[in-house]
Design a binder for this molecule. Structure first.
Ligand code: PAF
Length: 250
């Protein structure tokens, strides 16, 4: 009997956001596979790669409690047996030149390479990804089209702390004071302009802002602030940690 496989790719340091993806997979697939792999080819900043939290033992425990059936945690040489200098590239169009694509050159090529390889290894029926990385979802959908894959991408809502902070593995690098300051992102979504949002982040201790953008939720092309349907996307640094988040207004 062919069992339907649901797949949750992660880079570990698992939190409730990841576990929500596991739950979603378990609810609609017979077997759930989770991968844990801190993918070197998607880090455009070597310091970010070095500082990425690695918590394998705790991750395995969480996945066991959640009832995840299979955990795949390959090594770099298993994923990239021929090295990383001659990898496939994907024509992602403007997705690669706007917002995250613009700020993190090469990042989305690395994401596509690794997700493509993981899908070939796992052969899932459905792929579960979080809406916090909204542009990443659009990029992976495009990669699925380019490769002719029939895997169904299932977007899952961002999981937040009760106060509104989007859960992220990078939050582990924030102090409790910085976690309070980071709430300025959530509050900022309801501000009426890009300038007010930017100013509020700076006033709340953010070091710098990569972008606060209002975009069409389907193409991610920028549009006038507040003209529905739209999505506000933010990327900003707090205490040297890069945080991203978004909210849709449909
Ligand atoms: O979102 C992530 O954690 C990563 O980009 C992913 C999708 C696991 C690919 O390495």
């Amino acid at each position: 009997m062919c069992k339907s496989i649901g797949f949750v790719p992660t880079m570990g340091a698992l939190h409730e956001g990841h576990l929500a993806l596991i739950k979603a997979s378990k609810a609609s697939c017979q077997i759930t596979v989770c991968s844990i792999f801190v993918n070197p080819t998607q880090f455009n900043d070597p310091t970010d790669f070095e500082k990425y939290p690695v918590t394998l033992a705790a991750d395995l425990e969480k996945l066991e409690i959640e009832g995840c059936d299979v955990v795949f945690f390959p090594t770099v040489s298993e994923m990239y047996p021929d090295g990383t200098s001659q990898l496939r590239t994907y024509d992602l169009g403007t997705l690669e030149t706007i917002l995250e694509g613009k700020c993190r050159p090469g990042h989305f090529q690395g994401v596509c390479v690794v997700v493509d390889k993981l899908l070939q290894a796992v052969q899932p029926f459905k792929l579960f990804m979080g809406e916090k990385d909204f542009q990443q979802m659009a990029v992976v959908q495009k990669m699925l089209e380019i490769t002719g894959s029939d895997v169904e991408l299932i977007p899952c809502a961002t999981v937040r702390s009760p106060e509104g902070l989007a859960l992220s593995s990078r939050n582990a690098r924030l102090s409790s004071k910085q976690k309070e300051q980071a709430l300025a992102i959530y509050r900022g979504f309801d501000l009426l302009s890009q300038a007010e949002f930017t100013q509020s982040l700076l006033e709340n201790g953010f070091d710098s802002i990569d972008y606060v953008a209002c975009a069409d939720p389907f193409t991610l092309h920028e549009k006038p602030y507040g003209e529905k349907p739209y999505i506000i996307l933010v990327a900003a640094f707090l205490g040297g940690v890069r945080l991203i988040d978004n909210k849709s207004f449909l």
